[in-house]
Design a protein around this ligand. Sequence first.
Ligand SMILES: Cc1cc2nc3c(=O)[nH]c(=O)nc-3n(C[C@H](O)[C@H](O)[C@H](O)COP(=O)(O)OP(=O)(O)OC[C@H]3O[C@@H](n4cnc5c(N)ncnc54)[C@H](O)[C@@H]3O)c2cc1C
Length: 251
Amino acid sequence: MGVPRNNFDSISNDLKSDDPKVLAAYLKENFKAFQLPDETYMDWATQWVNQRWNRTGQVHCNKYTSLECKILLMGDSAHATSPSIGMGMNTALRDAQKFNELLDKFDDNLDEALTQYSIDRVPEGNSLTSLALNLYCFDTNVQMKSIVKGIVRSGLHYFFPTLVDPDPQAIIGQPEHTMADVYDMAMSQGTLRKHMVINQRIRQEFFENEVGMVKDKQVKKSSLMKHYLFVVVVPVAAACAVAVYAKQSLN
Ligand SMILES: Cc1cc2nc3c(=O)[nH]c(=O)nc-3n(C[C@H](O)[C@H](O)[C@H](O)COP(=O)(O)OP(=O)(O)OC[C@H]3O[C@@H](n4cnc5c(N)ncnc54)[C@H](O)[C@@H]3O)c2cc1C
């Protein structure tokens, strides 16, 4: 689609400067949302140069509580992940809400509440981290096809809601659906498993090349035949979009 990725090289050199004054001037000129007091630009710039570029890590745990230590994990301590699907804070807040409900349910019996909390929340946290990593495919061609398929599915779901499930992306964050529901749906539709396999391969190949485990770097070129889906699915997606628009206009 021509959307650029990895824009680090194309951002202003001012943003890469170690001089807070340069950064403060950049912010003052380019931050358009609202005006800040002069010392705030400098405060922001000083913090900026003193911290490294952020990276995201992933946390996976198969239990979130320890009865012996009377502790529990919630939020990023239990399931930190990339913000690709924007659900880290939502899931963290839900952890707290659910634990509060369990305390009420078990009349503040900590052992029972902790045990149930881990049983209930481990599937949620691990669904979150797996979806954040694999709902999007590292292979941009495959990802593009998945997006188009998602649009077609949404169109079909609109017309035949009892026959066709929605695109899992569309139910993320809806209160009636858990992250495990989204995970289950993405798995049953095949998208998630497919992306997992491809993403794992790409990560492994990157690692092999980085550390020199393989000598020949093979560049795989996509053939035209591999894009047959694109040729078929794009027109169908466009037709669905037009049909939805026409139906809404008629209503
Ligand atoms: C770029 C980005 C975009 C995001 N977008 C979204 C979004 O759109 N929607 C969404 O739901 N989520 C989003 N998230 C995720 C969300 O920010 C986190 O999931 C959420 O902040 C986790 O909350 P938390 O309280 O578990 O952890 P944190 O917010 O990390 O809080 C932990 C706190 O503990 C403090 N701390 C650490 N160590 C110590 C110590 N030893 N002593 C005392 N204090 C300590 C830290 O300073 C921090 O204040 C995004 C995250 C990033 C990075």
